[in-house]
Design a binder for this molecule. Sequence first.
Ligand SMILES: [Fe+2]
Length: 343
Amino acid sequence: MSDQRPNVLLVDDERATIDLMGAVLETQGFRISLCHTASEAIRMLETITFDAVVTDVVFDGAAEGNQVLAACRQLQPDAVVILMTGYPAIDSAVSAIKGGAMDYLQKPVDPVVLAAMVHKALRERQLAQGDQGLKFAELVDILSGMVSSTIERVDPYTAGHAERTRRYCKILGEKFGLEPYTMERLELGAIAHDYGKIYLDDLGFLTKKGKLTPEEYREVQRHPALGAEKLGAHPHLKEVCTYVAEHHERWDGEGYPRKLKAEEISLPGRILGVVEVFDSLSTRRSYKPVWELEKTQSFFAEYRAKAFDPDVIDEFQKLLEVHGEEWIAQPQKDLIAAGIKLD
Ligand SMILES: [Fe+2]
Protein backbone atom coordinates (compact mmCIF):
# COMPACT_ATOMS: atom_id res chain seq x y z
CA MET A 1 0.00 0.00 0.00
CA SER A 2 1.27 3.50 -0.76
CA ASP A 3 2.25 5.76 2.13
CA GLN A 4 -0.75 8.05 2.75
CA ARG A 5 0.96 10.18 5.42
CA PRO A 6 1.22 13.92 4.68
CA ASN A 7 4.67 14.85 3.40
CA VAL A 8 6.24 17.59 5.52
CA LEU A 9 9.47 19.50 4.95
CA LEU A 10 11.18 20.84 8.11
CA VAL A 11 13.77 23.59 7.59
CA ASP A 12 15.97 24.92 10.42
CA ASP A 13 19.69 25.44 10.94
CA GLU A 14 19.57 24.29 14.56
CA ARG A 15 20.23 20.60 13.91
CA ALA A 16 19.54 19.23 17.38
CA THR A 17 16.19 21.03 17.55
CA ILE A 18 15.04 19.99 14.15
CA ASP A 19 16.10 16.36 14.57
CA LEU A 20 14.04 16.09 17.72
CA MET A 21 11.10 17.93 16.15
CA GLY A 22 11.21 15.65 13.12
CA ALA A 23 11.18 12.55 15.32
CA VAL A 24 8.16 13.83 17.25
CA LEU A 25 6.28 14.77 14.06
CA GLU A 26 6.89 11.27 12.70
CA THR A 27 5.06 9.90 15.71
CA GLN A 28 2.16 12.27 14.94
CA GLY A 29 1.47 10.74 11.54
CA PHE A 30 3.70 12.76 9.18
CA ARG A 31 6.43 11.71 6.77
CA ILE A 32 9.30 14.11 7.44
CA SER A 33 12.16 15.47 5.33
CA LEU A 34 14.78 17.62 7.06
CA CYS A 35 16.86 20.51 5.65
CA HIS A 36 19.35 22.75 7.44
CA THR A 37 19.73 25.60 4.98
CA ALA A 38 17.37 27.64 2.82
CA SER A 39 19.18 26.70 -0.40
CA GLU A 40 18.97 23.00 0.44
CA ALA A 41 15.22 23.46 1.08
CA ILE A 42 14.72 25.21 -2.24
CA ARG A 43 16.48 22.34 -4.07
CA MET A 44 14.21 19.91 -2.25
CA LEU A 45 11.11 21.92 -3.23
CA GLU A 46 12.20 21.69 -6.85
CA THR A 47 12.09 17.90 -6.78
CA ILE A 48 9.64 16.63 -4.14
CA THR A 49 6.00 17.57 -3.58
CA PHE A 50 5.15 18.48 0.02
CA ASP A 51 1.82 18.89 1.76
CA ALA A 52 3.37 21.25 4.30
CA VAL A 53 6.60 23.20 4.77
CA VAL A 54 7.69 24.29 8.26
CA THR A 55 10.61 26.69 8.08
CA ASP A 56 12.76 28.87 10.29
CA VAL A 57 12.87 32.55 9.33
CA VAL A 58 16.45 33.46 10.26
CA PHE A 59 19.34 31.25 9.15
CA ASP A 60 22.69 32.24 10.64
CA GLY A 61 21.50 35.83 11.01
CA ALA A 62 20.02 36.15 7.49
CA ALA A 63 16.27 36.16 6.94
CA GLU A 64 16.42 33.43 4.32
CA GLY A 65 13.12 31.97 5.43
CA ASN A 66 11.48 34.42 3.07
CA GLN A 67 13.33 32.77 0.16
CA VAL A 68 11.95 29.40 1.24
CA LEU A 69 8.51 30.95 1.40
CA ALA A 70 8.92 32.50 -2.06
CA ALA A 71 10.07 29.15 -3.46
CA CYS A 72 7.02 27.46 -1.93
CA ARG A 73 4.68 29.98 -3.51
CA GLN A 74 6.33 29.57 -6.87
CA LEU A 75 6.98 25.83 -6.93
CA GLN A 76 4.31 24.41 -4.65
CA PRO A 77 1.51 26.93 -4.20
CA ASP A 78 -0.80 24.31 -2.68
CA ALA A 79 1.58 23.48 0.18
CA VAL A 80 0.74 24.71 3.66
CA VAL A 81 3.55 26.93 4.99
CA ILE A 82 4.27 27.54 8.67
CA LEU A 83 7.06 29.81 9.88
CA MET A 84 9.03 29.39 13.10
CA THR A 85 10.55 32.54 14.47
CA GLY A 86 12.36 33.97 17.48
CA TYR A 87 11.21 37.30 18.87
CA PRO A 88 13.62 39.61 16.94
CA ALA A 89 12.38 38.24 13.66
CA ILE A 90 8.72 38.55 14.42
CA ASP A 91 8.22 41.54 12.12
CA SER A 92 9.58 39.69 9.15
CA ALA A 93 7.42 36.72 10.06
CA VAL A 94 4.34 38.93 10.06
CA SER A 95 5.26 40.37 6.68
CA ALA A 96 5.85 36.84 5.38
CA ILE A 97 2.39 35.85 6.57
CA LYS A 98 1.01 38.74 4.56
CA GLY A 99 2.98 37.32 1.65
CA GLY A 100 1.17 34.04 1.89
CA ALA A 101 2.40 31.86 4.78
CA MET A 102 -0.43 30.17 6.61
CA ASP A 103 0.75 30.79 10.14
CA TYR A 104 3.74 31.15 12.42
CA LEU A 105 4.97 29.82 15.73
CA GLN A 106 7.31 31.56 18.12
CA LYS A 107 10.41 29.65 19.17
CA PRO A 108 10.98 27.52 21.09
CA VAL A 109 8.42 25.49 19.23
CA ASP A 110 6.64 22.66 20.97
CA PRO A 111 6.59 19.83 18.38
CA VAL A 112 3.19 18.58 19.57
CA VAL A 113 1.70 22.07 19.12
CA LEU A 114 3.32 22.23 15.68
CA ALA A 115 1.85 18.83 14.73
CA ALA A 116 -1.63 20.02 15.74
CA MET A 117 -1.18 23.21 13.72
CA VAL A 118 -0.09 21.30 10.60
CA HIS A 119 -3.00 18.85 10.93
CA LYS A 120 -5.43 21.77 11.25
CA ALA A 121 -3.95 23.64 8.27
CA LEU A 122 -4.12 20.50 6.11
CA ARG A 123 -7.76 19.96 7.06
CA GLU A 124 -8.53 23.57 6.07
CA ARG A 125 -6.70 23.07 2.78
CA GLN A 126 -8.80 19.98 2.13
CA LEU A 127 -11.99 21.98 2.78
CA ALA A 128 -10.80 24.71 0.43
CA GLN A 129 -10.19 22.09 -2.26
CA GLY A 130 -13.76 20.88 -1.63
CA ASP A 131 -14.87 24.42 -2.51
CA GLN A 132 -13.08 24.05 -5.82
CA GLY A 133 -15.29 21.00 -6.39
CA LEU A 134 -18.31 23.19 -5.79
CA LYS A 135 -17.06 25.67 -8.32
CA PHE A 136 -16.87 22.84 -10.84
CA ALA A 137 -20.51 22.01 -10.06
CA GLU A 138 -21.30 25.63 -10.87
CA LEU A 139 -19.60 25.18 -14.24
CA VAL A 140 -21.82 22.15 -14.86
CA ASP A 141 -24.79 24.42 -14.10
CA ILE A 142 -23.58 26.92 -16.68
CA LEU A 143 -23.25 24.21 -19.32
CA SER A 144 -26.70 22.86 -18.39
CA GLY A 145 -28.08 26.34 -18.90
CA MET A 146 -26.49 26.40 -22.35
CA VAL A 147 -28.13 23.09 -23.28
CA SER A 148 -31.51 24.39 -22.02
CA SER A 149 -31.24 27.61 -23.98
CA THR A 150 -30.32 25.67 -27.13
CA ILE A 151 -33.55 23.69 -26.80
CA GLU A 152 -35.50 26.85 -26.00
CA ARG A 153 -34.16 28.45 -29.16
CA VAL A 154 -36.13 26.00 -31.29
CA ASP A 155 -39.12 26.07 -28.93
CA PRO A 156 -39.10 29.45 -27.16
CA TYR A 157 -42.37 28.76 -25.31
CA THR A 158 -40.48 26.23 -23.21
CA ALA A 159 -38.38 28.97 -21.54
CA GLY A 160 -37.24 27.67 -18.17
CA HIS A 161 -38.93 24.27 -18.68
CA ALA A 162 -35.70 22.24 -18.50
CA GLU A 163 -34.44 24.02 -15.37
CA ARG A 164 -37.79 23.71 -13.59
CA THR A 165 -38.02 20.04 -14.56
CA ARG A 166 -34.56 19.51 -13.14
CA ARG A 167 -35.47 21.24 -9.88
CA TYR A 168 -38.70 19.30 -9.33
CA CYS A 169 -37.06 16.00 -10.35
CA LYS A 170 -34.41 16.58 -7.71
CA ILE A 171 -37.00 17.22 -5.01
CA LEU A 172 -39.07 14.19 -6.07
CA GLY A 173 -35.95 12.02 -6.49
CA GLU A 174 -34.99 12.81 -2.88
CA LYS A 175 -38.37 11.44 -1.75
CA PHE A 176 -37.34 8.11 -3.31
CA GLY A 177 -33.90 8.22 -1.73
CA LEU A 178 -32.02 8.25 -5.03
CA GLU A 179 -28.29 8.02 -4.41
CA PRO A 180 -26.10 10.93 -5.61
CA TYR A 181 -24.87 9.07 -8.73
CA THR A 182 -28.41 8.48 -9.99
CA MET A 183 -29.62 11.90 -8.87
CA GLU A 184 -26.92 13.68 -10.87
CA ARG A 185 -27.84 11.72 -13.97
CA LEU A 186 -31.54 12.35 -13.42
CA GLU A 187 -30.81 16.09 -13.20
CA LEU A 188 -28.87 15.97 -16.46
CA GLY A 189 -31.63 13.88 -18.05
CA ALA A 190 -34.17 16.49 -16.92
CA ILE A 191 -32.11 19.26 -18.50
CA ALA A 192 -31.64 17.37 -21.76
CA HIS A 193 -34.97 15.50 -22.04
CA ASP A 194 -36.11 17.48 -25.09
CA TYR A 195 -32.64 17.75 -26.62
CA GLY A 196 -33.76 15.63 -29.58
CA LYS A 197 -36.14 18.40 -30.67
CA ILE A 198 -33.28 20.41 -32.13
CA TYR A 199 -32.52 17.54 -34.52
CA LEU A 200 -36.03 17.19 -35.96
CA ASP A 201 -36.13 17.68 -39.72
CA ASP A 202 -38.80 20.35 -39.53
CA LEU A 203 -38.77 22.63 -36.50
CA GLY A 204 -41.68 24.76 -37.64
CA PHE A 205 -44.45 22.80 -35.97
CA LEU A 206 -42.79 22.97 -32.54
CA THR A 207 -44.18 26.48 -32.40
CA LYS A 208 -47.27 25.78 -34.48
CA LYS A 209 -50.52 27.23 -33.24
CA GLY A 210 -53.25 24.65 -32.92
CA LYS A 211 -53.20 20.89 -33.21
CA LEU A 212 -50.51 18.92 -34.99
CA THR A 213 -51.39 16.72 -37.95
CA PRO A 214 -50.82 12.96 -37.40
CA GLU A 215 -47.61 13.16 -39.48
CA GLU A 216 -46.34 16.13 -37.50
CA TYR A 217 -47.14 14.33 -34.27
CA ARG A 218 -45.21 11.27 -35.45
CA GLU A 219 -42.25 13.50 -36.29
CA VAL A 220 -42.30 15.12 -32.83
CA GLN A 221 -42.47 11.67 -31.25
CA ARG A 222 -39.00 10.97 -32.60
CA HIS A 223 -37.45 13.41 -30.13
CA PRO A 224 -36.82 11.11 -27.10
CA ALA A 225 -34.88 8.49 -29.09
CA LEU A 226 -33.22 11.16 -31.19
CA GLY A 227 -32.10 13.04 -28.07
CA ALA A 228 -30.66 9.88 -26.51
CA GLU A 229 -28.83 9.09 -29.74
CA LYS A 230 -27.44 12.60 -30.20
CA LEU A 231 -26.24 12.89 -26.59
CA GLY A 232 -23.66 10.31 -27.59
CA ALA A 233 -22.28 7.05 -26.34
CA HIS A 234 -20.07 8.33 -23.53
CA PRO A 235 -20.26 5.81 -20.64
CA HIS A 236 -20.92 8.63 -18.13
CA LEU A 237 -24.05 9.58 -20.07
CA LYS A 238 -25.43 6.05 -20.38
CA GLU A 239 -28.16 6.47 -17.73
CA VAL A 240 -28.84 10.05 -18.84
CA CYS A 241 -29.61 8.74 -22.34
CA THR A 242 -31.88 6.07 -20.85
CA TYR A 243 -33.94 8.66 -18.95
CA VAL A 244 -34.14 10.95 -21.98
CA ALA A 245 -35.32 8.05 -24.16
CA GLU A 246 -37.95 7.08 -21.55
CA HIS A 247 -39.52 10.41 -20.71
CA HIS A 248 -42.66 9.84 -22.85
CA GLU A 249 -43.16 6.18 -21.94
CA ARG A 250 -46.25 5.42 -19.88
CA TRP A 251 -46.90 3.12 -16.93
CA ASP A 252 -49.62 1.28 -18.92
CA GLY A 253 -47.36 0.74 -21.94
CA GLU A 254 -49.20 3.24 -24.13
CA GLY A 255 -46.36 5.73 -24.38
CA TYR A 256 -43.57 6.12 -26.91
CA PRO A 257 -41.19 5.27 -28.47
CA ARG A 258 -40.81 1.71 -27.13
CA LYS A 259 -44.13 1.22 -25.35
CA LEU A 260 -42.28 0.19 -22.20
CA LYS A 261 -44.50 -0.75 -19.31
CA ALA A 262 -44.42 -0.18 -15.52
CA GLU A 263 -41.02 -1.06 -14.06
CA GLU A 264 -39.55 -1.69 -17.49
CA ILE A 265 -39.19 2.09 -17.32
CA SER A 266 -36.45 3.12 -14.88
CA LEU A 267 -37.55 4.92 -11.69
CA PRO A 268 -35.75 8.15 -12.73
CA GLY A 269 -37.45 7.85 -16.14
CA ARG A 270 -40.85 7.54 -14.39
CA ILE A 271 -40.08 10.54 -12.16
CA LEU A 272 -39.02 12.59 -15.17
CA GLY A 273 -42.20 11.56 -17.02
CA VAL A 274 -44.46 12.91 -14.25
CA VAL A 275 -42.54 16.13 -13.67
CA GLU A 276 -42.23 16.90 -17.37
CA VAL A 277 -45.99 16.57 -17.91
CA PHE A 278 -46.72 18.72 -14.86
CA ASP A 279 -44.53 21.53 -16.09
CA SER A 280 -46.01 21.35 -19.59
CA LEU A 281 -49.54 21.56 -18.17
CA SER A 282 -48.60 24.59 -16.14
CA THR A 283 -47.17 26.39 -19.16
CA ARG A 284 -49.54 28.54 -21.18
CA ARG A 285 -49.37 28.02 -24.91
CA SER A 286 -51.12 29.95 -27.63
CA TYR A 287 -53.62 27.08 -27.95
CA LYS A 288 -54.11 26.31 -24.24
CA PRO A 289 -54.29 28.23 -20.98
CA VAL A 290 -52.40 27.34 -17.80
CA TRP A 291 -54.19 24.62 -15.93
CA GLU A 292 -55.43 25.43 -12.46
CA LEU A 293 -53.75 23.51 -9.66
CA GLU A 294 -56.95 21.66 -8.82
CA LYS A 295 -57.46 20.55 -12.42
CA THR A 296 -53.82 19.37 -12.55
CA GLN A 297 -54.22 17.39 -9.34
CA SER A 298 -57.42 15.75 -10.69
CA PHE A 299 -55.61 14.91 -13.92
CA PHE A 300 -52.81 13.16 -12.03
CA ALA A 301 -55.33 11.33 -9.84
CA GLU A 302 -57.17 10.15 -12.96
CA TYR A 303 -54.02 8.98 -14.74
CA ARG A 304 -52.41 7.44 -11.65
CA ALA A 305 -51.46 3.85 -12.53
CA LYS A 306 -52.47 4.53 -16.14
CA ALA A 307 -50.02 6.99 -17.62
CA PHE A 308 -47.97 7.37 -14.43
CA ASP A 309 -46.32 5.23 -11.76
CA PRO A 310 -48.81 5.32 -8.82
CA ASP A 311 -46.05 5.65 -6.20
CA VAL A 312 -44.46 8.55 -8.05
CA ILE A 313 -47.85 10.23 -8.39
CA ASP A 314 -48.57 9.79 -4.67
CA GLU A 315 -45.31 11.48 -3.73
CA PHE A 316 -45.77 14.18 -6.35
CA GLN A 317 -49.30 14.97 -5.18
CA LYS A 318 -47.91 15.50 -1.67
CA LEU A 319 -45.39 17.95 -3.11
CA LEU A 320 -48.14 19.76 -5.00
CA GLU A 321 -50.02 20.26 -1.73
CA VAL A 322 -47.05 22.29 -0.54
CA HIS A 323 -45.51 23.79 -3.70
CA GLY A 324 -48.34 23.51 -6.25
CA GLU A 325 -49.41 27.15 -6.40
CA GLU A 326 -45.84 28.38 -6.68
CA TRP A 327 -44.89 25.78 -9.31
CA ILE A 328 -48.01 26.44 -11.40
CA ALA A 329 -47.19 30.15 -11.52
CA GLN A 330 -43.50 29.72 -12.32
CA PRO A 331 -43.60 29.08 -16.12
CA GLN A 332 -45.45 32.33 -16.74
CA LYS A 333 -42.85 34.24 -14.72
CA ASP A 334 -40.04 32.57 -16.68
CA LEU A 335 -41.69 33.39 -20.01
CA ILE A 336 -41.98 37.03 -18.99
CA ALA A 337 -38.37 37.05 -17.80
CA ALA A 338 -37.29 35.58 -21.17
CA GLY A 339 -39.28 38.29 -23.00
CA ILE A 340 -41.56 35.73 -24.71
CA LYS A 341 -44.95 37.19 -25.60
CA LEU A 342 -47.97 34.94 -26.16
CA ASP A 343 -50.81 36.05 -28.40
FE1 LIG B 1 -40.51 15.67 -24.54
